[in-house]
Write a protein that binds this ligand. Structure first.
Ligand code: CP
Length: 332
């Protein structure tokens, strides 16, 4: 586990302080690469700013907190939610965006390296959001730019902003995190969202059940890391024994694109499907979450169940990402 460095002592990357920016603002100039950067106090702060963002969007829609700032939204993998919510977040804050989606039409298609691409974008933008298929890519990119890098998913590694919005959703939906039982279901081997969320949950007093086919179990080194944090964890292959005790059911897609052997994918792709019948044994107050996209693991009939929190979860992404952009740019 990375050594925690308090926000106020962390290196700021921006060498020049534009008018109106606050160098003493928590997270000013910082990269957001992993949830291991955060402690509970940081989460309280981020969620407080996210609530303010929600209130501002409700009241006035768009405002000029980041007027004049530019985000480079650099996506080497497909995305709907992360890409469009960062774009919407920047525009709601009055800033503008250089959108580079799937890099098909950028010079990456001609063989340009990640370091050269981010060194180029830092000359145009104030902050870079990066999604890339390789674990560690965001950390690598951060070494080549003085502008903050926000990791929007590095292969099967981490998806820290998703974990922050997931935790924010749990807090807002259930009013607390301590004391909850969280059950993660599906592709726990390749699912970067569950990797980041489980690490973030280790800051709280929670129990986690992992339900997956054996070939998609959580990585053993991550289980060991969480064990050292004192996390109460249990691995299963079926949901029914733990559903009645579950407060948060976090469902994930089996990620076809991560399999070398498509026969193996076919053998597990329909391992779990949540239907209204599945939920008969669940708590009335349980919430169902999913980072999306879904490809059949939650039946659309579940969408009308008040426990289905996944569309509200997506909306939370906007407010949390507005908060993060404002923070790393010294405006919150
Ligand atoms: N949750 C998530 O990362 O979705 P996208 O792949 O659509 O960004």
């Amino acid at each position: 586990m990375a050594t925690f460095v308090p926000a106020t002592e962390r290196r700021t990357k921006s060498p020049h302080l534009p008018f109106g920016d606050r160098r003493d603002a928590p997270f000013y100039g910082m990269d957001i690469l992993s949830v291991l950067q955060f402690r509970r106090e940081d989460l309280d702060y981020i969620f407080g700013v996210a609530r303010e963002m929600r209130s501002m969007v409700d009241r006035i829609g768009t405002f000029d907190l980041l007027k004049g700032k530019i985000l480079a939204n650099l996506f080497y993998e497909p995305s709907t939610r992360t890409s469009s919510s960062f774009l919407a977040a920047m525009e709601r804050l009055g800033g503008s965006v250089i959108p580079i989606n799937e890099v098909t039409y950028s010079s990456v298609a001609k063989g340009e390296s990640l370091p050269d691409t981010v060194r180029t974008l830092q000359t145009y933008a104030d902050v870079i959001v990066l999604r890339h298929p390789e674990v560690g890519s965001a950390k690598l990119a951060a070494q080549y730019t003085t502008k903050p890098i926000i990791n929007a998913g590095d292969g099967t590694g981490e998806h820290p902003t998703q974990a922050l919005l997931d935790l924010f959703t749990i807090q807002e939906e259930l009013g607390r995190v301590d004391g909850l039982t969280v059950t993660m279901l599906g592709d726990l081997k390749y699912g970067r969202t569950v990797h980041s969320l489980s690490r973030l949950l280790s800051l709280f007093d929670v129990r986690i059940n992992y339900v997956s086919p054996e070939i998609l179990n959580m990585p053993p080194e991550l289980l060991a890391e969480l064990n050292r944090q004192g996390m109460a964890q249990r691995e299963l292959t079926t949901l029914s024994p733990v559903l009645p005790e579950t407060d948060v059911l976090y469902v994930t897609r089996v990620q076809k694109e991560r399999f070398d052997d498509l026969g193996q994918y076919e053998s597990v792709k329909n391992a779990y499907v949540i239907t209204p019948e599945t939920l008969e044994d669940a708590k009335e107050q349980m919430i169902i979450m999913h980072p999306f996209p879904r490809v059949g693991e939650i039946s659309m009939e579940v969408d009308d169940d008040p426990r289905a929190a996944y569309f509200r979860q997506m909306e939370s992404g906007l407010y949390v990402r507005m908060a993060l952009l404002a923070m790393v740019l010294g405006k919150a």
